[in-house]
Design a protein around this ligand. Structure first.
Ligand SMILES: C[S@@+](CC[C@H](N)C(=O)[O-])C[C@H]1O[C@@H](n2cnc3c(N)ncnc32)[C@H](O)[C@@H]1O
Length: 387
């Protein structure tokens, strides 16, 4: 068969398949949009389970903000740690969180439907499964409190998408996101976000270090390393590893204090500077970028990768860890949550592993690999090498 003919046939076959799929999708959507079909599907025994699952999912989508606010009220009032000490009845809860009894009961019943608390015998309420999981990671409560700012910024998402309106609360909070000269940011301007990052670092660090062994490395430089929690975790696991951190001067100062308090003063150096204006310190055969690249728009992210590439010696390794788009089973976490979060922050976007592979390759990296992490919803890990 002539080559041109084979290509044409393959093309028309795939167009035919895409066309068929497209037509099926249009037919399905027309059907799903009909109130009569919805009623029928909700009643017919064969379609009832799917119909009720879909209806519930749609309702959850509509009501998601309300659920978040129920959670916010629990966190703000300290309800979950209180119930972790043992179940309480409604008057006791009301007294301890300073709510009228009717308000406490309303909150407890709402929180029970979300598994944050659970009713127990004798009119008591105890901690629920999700409430217990949440208490296991203090970073989540810190994020919930922090979301007050995000939701204020998202009050008019259309204006945000159009780039209209003034500076957002998140752009003030993440002061480096829109700063011309980030290196000049004061201690006061970096303290809140640095603490929040530290609070949420525990799960992240463990998952990265479980996914990639640092055994063959001698010196790790954590770029944008915040208060040094990832470095500390790496240092504890690999006692012979030398440790370096690079971050804005006022953040590096915080890291220096914390690393020294953790007894790592001799092994760890924290260097202050600006990723976009200063050279990264040399000497490390491993550089990590943990939750750093997604904070930056494409041209800035590409510059960071090129800077890391130039700094590493031949045979050096980059660890790029962050939540990513198109994570199977956690799709909304990337493009919906981080997509809108970073929009409100004023810079950056979540990227798919494929996009990061391309950027890494453009920056001159080789042997680019996606590593399996325990909780890809929170952190995925890409490694790449220099030659
Ligand atoms: C989202 S935080 C991540 C911190 C830490 N890697 C973690 O995962 O907890 C991003 C970090 O990048 C640092 N950063 C942002 N812009 C920077 C710049 N231009 N130069 C150096 N560090 C910068 C911030 O100060 C912050 O500590």
């Amino acid at each position: 068969m002539p080559e041109g003919y084979a290509v044409k046939r393959k093309l028309s076959h795939s167009i035919g398949r895409a066309g068929l799929l497209g037509r099926w999708r249009e037919w399905r959507n027309r059907l799903l949009a009909q109130a009569g079909f919805q009623r029928w599907a909700a009643g017919f025994p064969m379609t009832r389970p799917v119909a009720s699952r879909r209806a519930r999912a749609l309702f959850d989508l509509v009501a998601g903000f309300v659920y978040s606010q129920v959670l916010f009220a629990c966190v703000r009032l300290g309800l979950l740690p209180m119930l972790a000490d043992g179940p309480l009845d409604v008057p006791a809860v009301a007294r301890r969180v300073a709510l009228p009894e009717a308000g406490a009961l309303r909150l407890l019943r709402a929180a029970a439907t979300l598994d944050l608390v659970e009713p127990r015998a004798g009119g008591l309420y105890g901690l629920g499964a999700q409430g217990a999981a949440l208490l296991g990671n203090p970073g989540i409560s810190a994020m919930v409190e922090h979301h007050a700012m995000l939701y204020a910024d998202l009050a008019d998402p259309v204006a945000l998408l159009r780039g209209e309106g003034g500076p957002t609360e998140l752009s003030r909070y993440w002061s480096y996101a829109v700063a011309d000269r980030a290196a000049g940011l004061s201690e006061e301007q970096v303290a809140a976000y640095s603490e929040l990052m530290s609070a949420s670092q525990a799960l992240v660090a463990g998952d990265i270090l479980d996914a990639y062994s640092l055994k063959r490395h001698s010196c790790l430089l954590d770029v944008g390393g915040g208060e040094g929690n990832f470095l500390r975790a790496a240092g504890e696991r690999w006692p012979r590893l030398r440790l370096m951190l690079f971050d804005l001067p006022s953040v590096a100062e915080r890291a220096r204090e914390r690393l020294s308090r953790a007894g790592l003063g001799d092994r760890a150096t924290a260097i202050g500077g600006d990723l976009f204006h200063d050279n990264l310190p040399r000497g490390a055969d491993l550089i990590s970028l943990v939750r750093v690249v997604h904070d930056h728009d494409d041209h800035a992210a590409a510059a960071i990768l090129r800077g890391v590439r130039r700094t590493l010696p031949p045979g050096g390794t980059l660890l790029l860890a962050e939540p990513m788009s198109a994570t199977p089973g956690a799709e909304p976490v990337g493009d919906a949550y981080f997509g809108f979060y970073l929009l409100a922050m004023g810079s950056g976007r979540p990227r798919t592993p494929r996009e990061l592979f391309r950027m890494l390759s453009d920056a001159g990296f080789q042997e680019i690999r996606l590593r399996r992490t325990r909780r890809p919803m929170l952190t995925r890990l890409v490694t790449a090498r220099t030659t």
